[in-house]
Write a protein that binds this ligand. Sequence first.
Ligand SMILES: Nc1ncnc2c1ncn2[C@@H]1O[C@H](COP(=O)(O)OP(=O)(O)OP(=O)(O)O)[C@@H](O)[C@H]1O
Length: 259
Amino acid sequence: MSAAAFETRDLRVALAGREVLHGIALDLPAGRWTAVAGPNGAGKTTLLKALACLLPASGELRLLGRASASWSARERARALAWLGQAESGAEDLLAHDVVRLGRLPHQGWLGGGDADDEQAVREAMEETQSWSWRDRPLGSLSGGERQRVLLARALAVRAPVLLMDEPLSHLDPPHQADWLAIVRRHVARGGTAVSVLHEIGLALQADDLLLLRQGRVAHHGPCSDPCTHRAVEAVFDQRLRVHAVAGRWVALPREEGDA
Ligand SMILES: Nc1ncnc2c1ncn2[C@@H]1O[C@H](COP(=O)(O)OP(=O)(O)OP(=O)(O)O)[C@@H](O)[C@H]1O
């Protein structure tokens, strides 16, 4: 798929009277995984929320080729699944019911899922290995278990576009690897994934890397491109180095005296 999942022109967001995104122009391709990285406060979460229409923004925003404002909330909720950072609430809801929320955009106004909804919920919970604690309240789960339930809720939407802000928080290395496999399967099926990741080594496993700094795009390019690696080093003030290890890219902190 070659169309853009998101196109923005002069996208601006102000929070508490201060502009924090300063005219972002982007084409994020569909059918690829884009990781978003950059220093603290660069505007990564704000950009993701603006793409999801969770924040008011000015400028142009198109989702899957159509002006974002022309989508109804329901259409958008079917097209775009959201996994936010440190989501709270719904502590008393059972994990199973939390994941069922992901099916709401597909259900009639009277609610009540059908067999297809239940199938989507079960598959999403099995994919994130959270099915076995489906009858436990969300508030009783560990940070990593909870994150897997929330990921299952996003997957249960079966949306073509997945937007995830720090999806790996609390996940141990095996479940980080499972998350990578889930994202790759989504993309292999033609889906689009955009994820904010602080761990640069993991971000460099995406197809493309979008680097933000001070509310502006510092770089946008393929993770395999050496220019992207140099841009990563620059955006973090040369405080890390990108190295090739066993055919993958890793970013290691650069200490005083390192070459
Ligand atoms: N609710 C808010 N009100 C006012 N300013 C905000 C609000 N949320 C974020 N900001 C500011 O907007 C800027 C961008 O914040 P944002 O959370 O998008 O950055 P980020 O790149 O995701 O940061 P981090 O890596 O620390 O999570 C920061 O300067 C932040 O202080």
